[in-house]
Design a protein around this ligand. Structure first.
Ligand code: SAH
Ligand code: SF4
Length: 416
């Protein structure tokens, strides 16, 4: 039956217990999304299948779920017709519910999603000429209260489950019409059915930069990303996945060793005083400790550099002196680094303003002259408030009826 192991969330607020792998449903059926093949096999055995049958069926179902993206057991053509109702009675193939879908004039898309128990979170898709990046949330809210971040003003509601995390990627592929087509031929011989390639595809990259601190939801993020990286699953290369952390030092090494994705670190300041103010986690894990952990990050190299995110706040962290100090620090720790300068995305009630374009340019030039690439991130989807890391829900202000109407339209537009 449903796994009721509870986990607690480390951080500054009271731990919130959440179901580890399966969110219970009113109808008693179990949602398979988010579960690895082994766990699906166990559930099939628990439900009465012979061990050999359970193994075969779990392999087939896994393929249909994660590689082909089907949401209906009836579409699983290599599973006997008599078997399909047996599955439908006991299991479901879920997706996060879409509350609202918005499309920016620049192609950026934002979805307001809802968990089965009614918590809202967001996901953003940002298309570029050579890639399409999905910005994925790891928690509802965040415990960390960074001063410039709107998510930081929300109370942490709970961690997202592996299904709710991988479900975002699956929903994006649904919406973009990007599931691989073709037959099941070769499934029995080939474990790895070939990787999902970026050729002609829209969704090529994933950044864990939505709501929440992914390293405070380590196990669930890891389980979800394993499914995303599995060659027989969503089959996206780990080189195309970046996890962004505000600097949870004790979890960084594990992230490199156990997940193996690219790392982005929200540095945002080069002095203790300023970082303590804007990223309060700095009081726990200071800049030196953080940069040491970056230097030791497994897998980092000149070919796979660590991204340092730096939000540009007017008259706070954006002087030429700060830029010089940033270069000095990154060199002192001998870091294979690139810097991502993010113009602050203002929100009502924020205590900061965006740096002027001249200031941003001057800062960028200094870092660049120091031999470190320092592109300025272009704001995207401003008309729909879609910036990653600023996942505010303007929708909260809309009436229930209006949102329901828009959700119905969105579902229709997504071809549901
Ligand atoms: N919790 C993680 C990942 C989510 S935030 C982290 O902090 O790294 C993703 C990125 O968006 C972070 O670099 C964050 O600092 C940045 N961000 C948050 N609010 C922002 C805002 N209002 N304007 C610009 N960047 C912001
Ligand atoms: Fe949380 Fe990241 Fe926002 Fe800080 S910047 S409050 S860690 S989501």
């Amino acid at each position: 039956m449903a796994d009721t192991n509870l986990m607690s969330i480390p951080g500054q607020v009271d731990p919130v217990p959440v179901a580890r792998d399966i969110t219970p449903r009113a109808d008693g059926r179990l949602d398979l999304i988010g579960l690895p093949k082994e766990r699906i096999r166990e559930l099939f055995e628990d439900a009465g299948l012979e061990p050999k049958q359970a193994k075969l069926r779990s392999k087939q179902v896994f393929h249909w779920l994660y590689h082909r993206g089907v949401t209906d057991f009836d579409a699983m053509t290599d599973i006997a017709k008599t078997m399909r109702p047996w599955l439908t009675e006991r299991f479901v193939i879920g997706r996060p519910e879409v509350v609202e879908a918005q499309h920016s004039t620049d192609g950026t898309r934002k979805w307001l999603l809802k968990t089965a128990d009614g918590h809202e979170f967001e996901m953003v898709f940002i298309p570029d000429a050579d890639r399409g990046t999905l910005c994925v949330s790891s928690q509802v809210g965040c415990t960390l209260n960074c001063r410039f971040c709107h998510t930081g003003t929300m109370k942490l509601v709970r961690n997202l489950t592996p299904g709710e995390i991988v479900g975002q990627v699956m929903l994006a592929r649904d919406a973009l019409g990007e599931w691989p087509k073709g037959s099941m031929a070769g499934l029995d011989e080939a474990e790895d059915e070939g990787h999902y390639s970026s050729d002609g595809r829209l969704l090529t990259n994933i950044v864990m930069m939505g709501m929440g601190e992914p390293l405070y939801n380590f196990d669930n993020v890891k389980s979800a990303l394993k499914l995303v990286m599995d060659g027989a699953g969503l089959a996206l290369s780990k080189r195309r996945i970046t996890l962004s952390t505000s600097g949870v030092v004790p979890a960084m090494q594990r992230c490199g060793e156990e997940i193996g994705v690219n790392l982005a670190v929200s540095l945002h300041a080069v002095t203790k005083e300023i970082r303590d103010e804007i990223v309060p986690l700095n009081k726990k894990y200071g800049i030196e400790e953080l940069l040491e952990a970056c230097a030791a990050y497994p897998g980092a190299s000149n070919a796979r550099r660590i991204t340092f995110e730096y939000v540009m706040l007017k008259d706070k962290n954006d002087s030429d002196e700060h830029a010089h100090e940033l270069v000095r620090l990154l060199k002192q720790y001998n870091l294979p680094a690139k810097v991502n300068l993010i113009p602050f995305n203002p929100w009502p009630g924020a205590a900061y303003e965006t740096s002027t374009p001249e200031r941003v340019r001057s800062f960028s030039n200094i870092v660049f002259e120091g031999g470190i690439s320092a592109p300025v991130r272009t704001p995207r989807g401003r008309d729909i408030d879609a910036a990653c890391g600023q996942l505010k829900t303007a929708a909260e202000k809309k009436s229930r009826a209006q949102r329901d109407r828009e959700a119905a339209e969105a579902a229709e537009a997504a071809g549901a």
